[in-house]
Design a protein around this ligand. Structure first.
Ligand code: CAA
Length: 241
């Protein structure tokens, strides 16, 4: 096995923890990022993990990015579709751009990346696809019609693709994190976070990115070969499916 992993959005937040966890498991990791060069460079310096800049919303850029990683490290064994953005706003104020930006990155990005690794994984008879969905794709969230739609789309995507990958040794799963203590969640208005969100998390705290990274490691392991098409919820008990 080539032990090469791509983590999209892999230089910050949950993605950075996933990149480091896979590196610690012995994978050659390629962490992609969209545009924050400074954060990516700092991540590269601190971790020694290779970083690549491309937009997961752009199919051709994903094709070129995947090819570059393959040229540098070899065939891709693991793809973690983690890249995601929010444009939170009540629907009566949501612009078409707010909608399209989120759908393009969070949902079209799944197609753009997965399609570009899929045929090779089929050919080699092994692959692990793990997506990062969200509690808000499961339960919906006011202010997130765009994000909830995209993250719910992920839940259908993995169920369909898991059926296609099953006979080819490819598992396709998603993780639905709850509120994790990253920049994305800390951007929520503090009053909303403290008064409306954290009190609804039975364990009484935000999750940690490493807690999601450990879920990814498990789903990528050989031991998880019988698990495909599943959604692993990791939300501190906030929503039970
Ligand atoms: N849960 C419960 N209540 C919420 C809420 C939430 N997540 N978000 C907003 N509300 C409530 C507010 O407390 C407020 O209630 P009151 O009128 O009783 O005070 C009401 O909804 C309207 O909110 P605002 O006054 O803040 O209205 P606004 O128009 O200025 O902003 C908003 C609306 C954009 C939705 C803003 O409240 C917001 O950003 N909320 C957080 C939305 C959220 O949870 N986003 C998740 C981001 S993290 C993420 O996406 C990662 C992940 O996968 C979990």
């Amino acid at each position: 096995m080539s032990k090469v992993a791509i983590v999209t959005g892999g230089t910050r937040g949950i993605g950075a923890s996933i990149s480091k966890a896979l590196r610690d498991e012995g994978y050659k990791v390629a962490a992609s990022y969209a545009g924050n060069d400074e954060a990516a460079e700092q991540f590269r310096e601190e971790t020694g993990i290779a970083v690549y800049q491309w937009d997961v919303g752009d199919f051709d850029a994903c094709a070129a990015g995947v090819k570059q990683v393959e040229d540098d490290f070899g065939p891709i064994e693991i793809l973690v579709n983690n890249a995601g953005i929010t444009r939170d706003v009540m629907f009566h104020r949501m612009t078409q751009k707010d909608w399209l930006d989120v759908i393009n990155t969070n949902l079209n990005g799944l197609f753009n990346m997965t399609r570009n690794v899929w045929e090779d994984m089929r050919g080699r008879g092994f692959g692990r696809i793990v997506n990062i969905s969200s509690i808000n794709g499961q339960k919906g969230q006011m202010g997130q019609a765009n994000y909830s739609a995209a993250k719910a789309g992920d839940l259908g995507f993995i169920k369909a693709l898991a059926q296609e990958g099953a006979r080819k040794g490819i598992t396709v799963n998603t993780i639905a994190p709850g509120y994790i203590g990253t920049e994305m969640v800390l951007a929520v208005p503090q009053e909303v976070l403290e008064k409306k969100i954290i009190p609804n998390i039975p364990v009484g705290r935000l999750g940690e990115p490493e807690e999601i990274a450990r879920c990814v490691l498990f789903l990528c392991s050989k031991d998880a070969g019988f698990i495909t098409g599943s959604t692993l919820t990791a939300n501190g008990g906030q929503y039970m499916v």
